[in-house]
Design a protein around this ligand. Structure first.
Ligand SMILES: Nc1ncnc2c1ncn2[C@@H]1O[C@H](COS(=O)(=O)NC(=O)[C@@H](N)CS)[C@@H](O)[C@H]1O
Ligand SMILES: [Zn+2]
Length: 409
């Protein structure tokens, strides 16, 4: 399906540094060495309650990954899905008495608007789960025929034993896995399962629910993890550079996705690096649909908040940190934006050549955006107190802040 319009990425002098980023699977920093086309899959929204600031913070992290790669003169192949069929989506549609396809379309459209306003670069492939079903069915049949999947009353489960690398993304023990599986859409207590955490691949049609042709599987709809595997394998292939999402996707979602793909192809790894963003909270609890403690990008925009200030608020926290959204965070970001805009509207200033390198160094070091912001603060401060004679500096700062941080001054 259609993504959203790309904002222009200004060219900068010189070249950026290769990205060193924290990989959940190895538990440490990994210096990525993508080919000329860097490949990234970032899990998209389940389209209701879009776009809250937790979503925005996570997509901001992977927008930075893209911008660092573009600055190293690479191309980027970015793929993102929309989970436009899933239990929580159907439940919300029933709660609100709305047709589930209308709800999905409306919320996806709002997400596109918010991403455009925040100047997040769009994926080249923006793919819905529903449109992927014809590609999902044969993968489930292949897993079943290879003995890596089994049936219980028409539902098909993936057997985690089928992948010798299972557990290498999250490194969780069986008990922790079982708890998270129950919390995040799994059914560990269902009788007949080989392993309690074995996840659903294909759910047989339920009374009153949408279902699709499943070939030899029978009518039904896809499980959550296989959707992302089908889309990633179809557009990126095995061994792509980054699988991204928030830290609540480590298990079961990204662990299972890796195992599905590794069992399907016999190759390893699914992704070179598994990168996870921290959780944004409000009033002490992770912003989440189930808790309803959400701050929406569109609400802030409707209140007249500059999207660039929202972006700076996100950038002022390290992408892996869990943090609390407060009005103060937004106010500080708005003040910083005003200072920077005043600085780059001056006709000259101290040379910004070193600043561009400072921003590059900070971002290439596990996306340390807070450090990059402080470097820009220092340049603006120096210009304010000492002035400067470099007439190209304000323009260079403005282009660097846009290209590397996505903020239009
Ligand atoms: N409070 C939060 N803070 C940071 N990121 C969050 C928060 N809540 C959700 N996310 C992230 O936002 C992205 C979309 O979340 S979602 O709408 O629930 N959708 C899904 O997780 C699936 N559609 C992925 S295939 C995920 O990467 C998720 O980890
Ligand atoms: Zn996903």
């Amino acid at each position: 399906m259609y993504a959203w319009p790309a904002s222009e990425v200004p060219a900068l002098p010189g070249t950026g540094r290769d990205l060193r980023i924290h990989d959940t699977a190895t538990g440490g920093p990994l210096t990525l060495a993508p080919g000329p086309v860097a490949r990234i899959y970032v899990c998209g929204i389940t389209p209701y309650d879009a776009t809250h600031l937790g979503h925005a913070a996570t997509y901001n992290a992977f927008d930075l990954v893209q911008r660092v790669w573009l600055d190293t003169k690479r191309q980027v192949h970015y793929v993102q899905n929309v989970t436009d069929i899933d239990d929580p989506l159907l439940e919300r549609a029933i709660r609100d008495g709305e047709d589930w396809t209308r709800l999905a379309e409306r919320e996806t459209a709002l997400f596109r608007e918010d991403m455009t306003a925040l100047r997040m670069l769009p994926p080249q492939h923006y793919i819905g789960a529903v449109e992927s079903i014809p590609g999902i069915v044969p993968l489930v049949e292949r897993l079943r025929d290879a003995g890596a999947a089994y049936e219980i009353d028409g539902d098909f489960y993936f057997s985690v034993e089928a992948d010798p690398h299972f557990g290498e993304v999250s490194h969780l023990d069986a008990e922790a896995m079982r708890l998270l599986s129950a919390e995040r859409g799994g059914d560990p207590d269902r009788p007949g399962k080989k392993n309690p955490v074995d996840p659903m691949l294909w759910m047989a049609a339920r009374e009153g629910e949408p279902s699709w042709d499943g070939g030899s599987l029978g009518p039904g709809r896809p499980g959550w993890h296989i959707e992302c595997v089908a889309i990633a394998l179809d557009h990126l292939g095995m061994g792509f550079d980054v699988q991204g999402g928030g830290s609540d996707l480590v298990f079961p979602h990204h662990e299972m996705g890796a195992s599905h793909a590794q069992a399907l192809t016999g190759e390893h790894p699914f992704a070179q690096a598994y990168v996870h963003a921290g959780m944004v909270a409000l009033n002490g609890e992770k912003m989440s649909k189930s808790k309803g403690n959400l701050v929406f990008v569109s609400t802030l925009r409707r209140e007249g908040v500059d999207p660039a200030a929202i972006r700076l608020a996100l950038l002022s926290h390290h992408y892996r940190a869990d943090w609390e959204w407060t009005d103060q965070v937004l106010q500080e970001a708005a003040a910083r934006l005003a200072r920077w805009r005043a600085a780059v509207s001056r006709p000259d200033g101290p040379s910004a050549d070193a600043l561009v390198e400072e921003i590059r160094t900070a971002l290439s070091d596990d996306l340390d955006a807070p450090q990059a912001l402080l470097a820009i603060d220092r340049w603006a401060e120096r210009q304010h107190t000492d002035g400067g004679t470099d007439e190209g500096a304000p323009g260079l700062v403005s282009r660097a802040v846009d290209a590397l941080l996505g903020v239009a001054l």
